[in-house]
Each structure stands twice: as structure tokens, then as C-alpha cells.
Ligand binder design. Structure first.
Ligand SMILES: C=C(OP(=O)(O)O)C(=O)O
Ligand SMILES: [Mg+2]
Length: 401
């Protein structure tokens, strides 16, 4: 029933106006699924390779179609993803492009769900999923690679950890976003938005910490449940070996100073979450910081682990971090992403399913987070390509009620 009978690949726009890959998968019994690849700006050195969209499409047509069309059932995700690996023939998807691979992988999953008549999260995670929901991390203020002339730290993230429902959590993050807008307006600080819809004012990192602290407290008072906040430092983007460490507007911090700085901020603001606090090659530094703050703070590896089981395995061995960011396009297929989540779960690491800075209206990650029982999802606070996922989470929750 779910035998793949046709695949179409096309170039479509992402949220930055760049070309990305869209895949349509059709099955024998009329099932249909569509997936779109997202794209990073602060990409990790060890990520799967995204090819220019047209090249990824041409290569996948030539190499992947013969292994998929008439050969593989969309309902069997492992077979689909194994065929993509076999067609690619490399260990980083540089053959057909991780963008073609992830678009086809997600489209096939949706086609499989369509034939079953089941929601995607249930097809991926089983019938007992759908009652637990991830806490959304909302990007409120930021800079780094996502906005020029703004903070050095890439993302300041609101985390409504006490919210009684996804719906209330999503609205709390939007309220924090609005609160920061009003605070900036009161102070006469102009602010555009970065790639993920976060405010990108020209303020220091210290000012951004204060803004977040105040905004989160104000909204917490309004909604009556606990909201904490966290960071994506994107440490690899700040790290410059030739400069001797982490390059901030106000100077360079050595690795020891960076660990102290993040540990002090984690304590001062009771941060719930710190992603990529150090360079992507520094397992040892991540381990030291985790030892210092890990009882109250999730130390999450994004560029550090790149959704890759061998890099996560190395981290687990060294006690580096206590959570992993999950970006399907970083590794190329849903099966690989689920493998990383399973390894994390077995070892007590939390999973944070994540968007990319370049996004589309695709909602697969909302379903993946519910399907795998991920503790958090990071998919922005506002903006159409972000609200596509947030609103999908609200729908999944509503349908489960
Ligand atoms: C979402 C992120 O940004 P990008 O997609 O640019 O890697 C991130 O670093 O977590
Ligand atoms: Mg990151």
C-alpha cells in the first residue's frame, strides 16, 4: 500500500529567500507527503552537507529515485532512510545533499502517515504518544550569525517550564517577545528582527540579560506559572583560536574565562538552558561546565553533537553536556535523528528538537518532538515559519484532549 510510486523534487523559497528543496512522495494507494529542507547559518563543522538546491535535486533524481521509486515502502521509514544512505554513498550526504535527503525522508514519513490515516507523530512514535508535550524555547533577543550589530550571544530564549499546556507555553513566549518590544520602545532603542524573528537590538549582552530577566518576570506575574530563560551561545562562532579564545565586542575570553562567564550567568539568572557554550571541538570544556551547572541547567550540544550518534557517544563518555539539540537536516534523515534521541534518552540526556534559522512552513519537527517525547522544542516565538510549528503543536494537543 505504501510502495513509493513517484517522487517530485522542486526548488522553493525558505524564510531567508534562499532556495531550498521540497519533496513530494506519492504511494501506490494514493498516499501523499510533502517535506521541505531547512537551512542553518551558524552551521556546525561536522554537519551533513547541504548542496546548492538545484544540485541536490539533480543528484537525488539521478541516484536516489531508482532506489526508492517502486522499490521502497514509505511506511517503512528505516527502509526509506537506508535507501537514501545507499544512494548517497558518503558518510555526510555530500552525494545527494542532506537537503534532498531530509526533504525526501520527511515527505516519505508523511506519505506513510497519510496512508495509515494517522497523525505523523503517531506514525513515527506509536499509539501511546501524544499526551506529553515539549516545552517550547522561544527566541526573544539575539544576534550572532542571525543578525548584524546585535548581541554576541546568538539567542536569548524564553522557557515557560511551568506552563500547564503547550498552548499556554506558546502564548507565554509570544508575550515575552511583546514585552521585550515594549521595553525597547520605552527605552528608545530601535530593533529589527533577526533571521528567527527574535529582536536584534544593538545592545550589549549584559543589557540583553537584563531585558530578558525583566520581561520574563513581568510575564510570569501575568500568567502565574514559572518562566525561566536560557541561551544559545553558539560558542563555535565566537571562538577564534588565533585570537586566543572567545571574541566578544568588549574583549576576548580564554576558555577558562568563558566557562566562568557562562557559569556565573547561569547562577545569576538561574538559566534553565545553555546551548553550545563552548567551541564545537571542546568536549572537555563542556564537561567542566556541566559539572558546575548541570544540576539546574541543561547544557546542550548543537554544533558539538550535530545530531550524530558517534559525536553524542563521545560526549556521553566524557560527561560533556546533559542534552542534545536535534536537527534532522544536520544528519540527513529522520531515522538518524531518532537514533540520536534514543541514545540520548538511554543515557539521561534531554532532547531538544530544533528548527534552523532558515526555515519553511514544514511542521515535521513538531511531530518529531511529540513522537519521541522530547523535553523541549526550539522553534522560535513568532513569524510564520516558526508559528507553523508552534500552531501545529497546539493542534496536536487540542486533538489529544
Ligand atoms: C537554530 C540555530 O541556528 P542555525 O540554524 O543557523 O544553525 C542554532 O544554532 O541553534
Ligand atoms: Mg545552536
Amino acid at each position: 500500500m505504501t510502495l513509493i510510486t513517484d517522487i517530485r523534487l522542486r526548488r522553493v523559497l525558505d524564510s531567508r529567500g534562499n532556495a531550498t528543496v521540497e519533496a513530494d512522495v506519492h504511494t501506490e494507494s494514493g498516499g501523499f507527503g510533502r517535506g521541505k529542507a531547512p537551512s542553518g547559518a551558524s552551521t556546525g563543522e561536522y554537519e551533513a552537507i547541504e548542496l546548492p538546491a538545484q544540485e541536490a535535486i539533480a543528484n537525488a533524481r539521478e541516484d536516489a529515485f531508482p532506489r526508492l521509486i517502486g522499490e521502497v515502502h514509505a511506511g517503512n521509514q528505516r527502509d526509506v532512510d537506508a535507501a537514501l544512505h545507499a544512494a548517497d554513498g558518503t558518510d555526510d550526504f555530500s552525494g545527494i545533499g542532506a537537503n534532498s535527503a531530509v526533504a525526501i525522508s520527511m515527505a516519505a514519513a508523511k506519505a506513510g502517515a497519510d496512508v495509515l490515516g494517522a497523525p505523523l507523530f503517531q506514525h513515527l512514535g506509536g499509539t501511546f504518544r501524544g499526551n506529553e508535550f515539549p516545552t517550547p524555547l522561544g527566541n526573544i533577543v539575539g544576534g550572532g550569525e542571525h543578525a548584524a550589530d546585535a548581541t554576541n550571544i546568538q539567542e536569548f530564549l524564553s522557557a515557560p517550564v511551568g506552563a500547564p499546556s503547550v498552548e499556554e507555553a506558546v502564548f507565554a513566549n509570544a508575550a515575552v517577545h511583546q514585552e521585550v518590544h515594549d521595553m525597547l520602545a520605552d527605552r528608545g532603542i530601535p530593533a529589527g528582527k533577526g533571521d528567527e524573528g527574535a529582536w536584534a537590538p544593538s545592545v550589549s549582552d549584559d543589557e540583553a540579560f537584563e531585558l530578558m530577566d525583566e520581561a520574563v518576570s513581568a510575564v510570569e506575574d501575568d500568567v502565574g506559572f514559572e518562566i525561566r530563560f536560557g541561551l544559545d551561545v553558539a560558542g563555535a562562532e565566537l571562538y577564534d583560536e588565533s585570537e586566543g579564545g572567545y571574541v566578544y565586542d568588549d574583549g576576548v575570553k580564554s576558555t577558562d574565562e568563558q566557562i566562568d562567564y557562562i557559569a556565573e550567568k547561569a547562577q545569576e539568572y538561574d538559566l534553565v538552558y545553555v546551548e553550545d557554550p563552548l567551541d564545537e571541538n571542546d568536549y572537555e570544556g563542556h564537561a567542566e561546565l556541566t559539572e558546575r551547572v548541570g544540576d539546574r541547567t541543561l547544557v546542550c550540544g548543537d554544533d558539538l553533537f550535530v545530531t550524530n550518534v558517534s559525536r553524542l557517544g563521545e560526549g556521553i563518555e566524557q560527561d560533556a553536556g546533559n542534552s542534545i539539540l536535534i536537527k534532522p537536516n544536520q544528519i540527513g534523515t529522520l531515522s538518524d535523528a531518532v537514533d540520536a534521541i534514543e541514545l540520548a534518552t538511554e543515557n539521561g540526556y534531554a532532547s531538544v528538537v530544533s528548527h534552523r534559522s532558515g526555515e519553511t512552513e514544514d511542521t515535521t519537527i513538531a511531530h518529531l518532538a511529540v513522537a519521541t517525547g522530547a523535553q523541549f522544542i526550539k522553534t522560535g516565538a513568532v513569524g510564520g515559519e516558526r508559528t507553523a510549528k508552534l500552531n501545529e503543536l497546539i493542534r496536536i494537543e487540542d486533538n489529544a484532549a
